[in-house]
Ligand binder design. Structure first.
Ligand code: G6P
Ligand code: ZN
Length: 543
């Protein structure tokens, strides 16, 4: 094996965002671009010498090529071992589990999550540390520093290896273990949930539809739902991972999972519907005629988790990202357990989970998870829902009605304004930021502002502080709006407006979210002056 040092770099803009480095696929394919980022990562962690890593991706275009390159780089950097999923596939939560189970130094996830795949779409790479979670900011900052000064990368001239066959092989002195990406993960799920009870539910005629969206959870859902739990064949649709996700957006929400939504709202709807995203960490939950918002889903799971064997001892606490609705706070309050509010980005849950302060976490962006791994986990959320449905013997809509009658309802919706010129988006945010102080007491669109600030997070475990994590405005009557710019987009800026209105348990809970949220939305339109700043008030996507 010859090791070469190739002179290259630095490349501009290799700063890891909310969830690793995301760029257009063609950018990643520029000679040396991927390589310099990977070399910078190795440099940032003190080198790869003697270390073991996990590698896997969601199967999008360039996944296999990137893995072959990274394996050769790991070998040239002296890594002892790389565990890689068969065909280069491993879901993000399963990477997290493999890192933890095998005690590796870290792992690489190749994915741009729910963004489309293909040569003209998106690609991404994320480094996870030894607890199985995304690298925390001190490490991503080091990675970024390294990308700015890098002058070359190390790689071997070894031939590609066969990723298709499970087993051991080697590149020079480095061991490569190709594993079935599903089996360890399935065992983990079996330890958390009452599979016998869920199997009995399917045996009794319960029907579900799981839309894998042509992405990585296809093989997992087939093996677990149809293979192990006895759901009828055909329960899992779009189950074969494809390089461009069938030309769609593998994003499990009512907009991109429209086919599933239509089926669930029809007369012939099955009892339960669910979907997951490109890399398997997000989830969508929908009952017959009843869409469950991610914020509500977190709250329902928190209130009912003790019904599943893995959580029967109860929860240490619940954490949610700041823009996520306060529905889970209401549950935590009643259960007498701690609740935490973190910035957007799963990495912020890592310390709370490691310190045992929380058991469940969730985000409005369709992520839910627990301390079983250090990533959000789409299929895990679906299985916990199934376990709860099996235990309670009620429909999804009955469970929701009961939940709101107990805790009240947090009406919630997120409005996205996509591909906004960065300057205009920044001007809008700055305009509100400048007026935060004078907003309190004002009555935009007739609604009184009771509080307004920019969220800073003080990590209670390591004391670190993260500033500028979103603008939040509270209104009289427990209404709230949050404004922030997406950290995961690859084109222009995406302005996210999060709307929330609480209705206490004593009130009716049958308004449409649109109706219930109209006053808060009107107030936001006035406060931001968005018509004149970005030229529109209608969002591209409402979830
Ligand atoms: C990724 C992260 C999530 C985050 C989401 C939205 O999926 O893993 O933790 O909530 O992106 O981020 P954005 O910055 O686009 O709102
Ligand atoms: Zn994802």
């Amino acid at each position: 094996m010859n090791i070469q040092t190739v002179s290259k770099g630095p490349f501009e803009g290799q700063k890891p965002g909310t969830s690793g480095l995301r760029k257009k696929t063609r950018v990643f394919m520029e000679p040396g671009y991927l390589e310099c980022f990977v070399q910078a990562t190795f440099n940032a962690i003190g080198g790869a010498q003697g270390k073991a890593f996990v590698m896997g991706g969601d199967g999008r275009f360039f996944n296999r090529d990137a893995i072959q390159t990274m394996l050769k780089m790991a070998a040239a950097n002296g890594a002892a071992k790389v565990i890689v999923g068969q065909g280069g596939l491993v879901s993000t939560p399963a990477v997290s589990h493999l890192i933890r189970k095998r005690g590796t130094h870290g792992g690489f996830v190749l994915s741009a999550s729910h963004n489309p795949g293909g040569i003209d779409a998106d690609f991404g790479i994320k480094y996870n540390v030894s607890n199985g979670g995304p690298a925390p900011e001190n490490i991503t900052n080091l990675m970024f520093e390294q990308t700015q000064s890098i002058t070359g990368y190390r790689i071997t001239d070894a031939p590609d290896i066969d990723l298709g066959t499970v087993g051991m092989c080697a590149i020079g002195d480095m061991q490569v273990e190709i594993v079935d990406p599903v089996s360890d993960y399935r065992d983990l799920m079996e330890g958390l949930f009452d599979f016998a009870k869920i199997r009995a539910l399917f045996d009794s005629g319960f029907r579900m539809r799981f839309d894998a969206m042509h992405a990585v959870t296809g093989p997992y859902a087939k093996a677990i739902l149809e293979g192990t739990l006895g759901a009828p064949e055909g329960t899992v649709i779009n189950a074969a991972p494809s390089e461009d996700f069938g030309g769609g957006h593998p994003d499990p929400n009512p907009v991109w999972a429209k086919t599933l939504m239509d089926e669930m709202m029809s007369d012939s709807a099955p009892d339960f519907g669910a979907a997951s995203d490109g890399d398997g960490d997000r989830n969508m939950i929908v009952g017959r005629g009843a869409y469950v918002t991610p914020s509500d889903s977190l709250a329902v799971l928190a209130a009912n988790a003790h019904l599943a064997p893995g959580y029967k001892a109860g929860l240490a606490g619940v954490a949610r990202s700041m823009p996520t609705s306060a529905a889970s706070d209401k549950v935590a309050e009643k259960l007498g357990i701690a609740s935490f509010e973190t910035p957007t980005g799963w990495k912020f849950f890592g310390n709370l989970l490691d310190a045992g302060k929380v058991t469940l976490c969730g985000e409005e962006s369709a992520g839910t998870g627990s301390d079983h791994v250090r990533e959000k986990d789409g299929l895990w959320a679906v299985l916990l829902w199934l376990n709860i449905l099996a235990e309670r013997g009620q429909s999804v809509s009955e469970i929701m009605a009961d939940h709101w009658a107990t805790y009240g309802r947090n009406y919630y919706s997120r409005h996205d304004y996509e591909a906004v010129p960065a300057e205009a988006a920044n001007a809008l945010m700055q305009g509100v930021r400048d007026r935060l102080g004078s907003l309190v007491g004002a009555t935009p669109a007739g609604l009184e502002v009771t509080a307004a600030d920019e969220f800073s997070y003080h990590d209670p475990v390591d004391g670190s502080v993260s500033h500028n994590q979103g603008l939040r405005i509270s209104f009289a009557g427990e209404g709230r709006a949050v404004l922030r710019l997406s950290g995961t987009g690859t084109e222009g800026a995406t302005l996210r407006v999060y709307l929330e209105q609480y209705a206490p348990s004593s009130q009716a809970h049958d308004l449409s979210p649109e109706m219930a949220l109209a006053p808060v939305r009107d107030a936001v339109i006035e406060i931001t002056d968005m018509q004149s700043l970005i030229g529109r008030i209608e969002p591209d996507v409402k979830t």
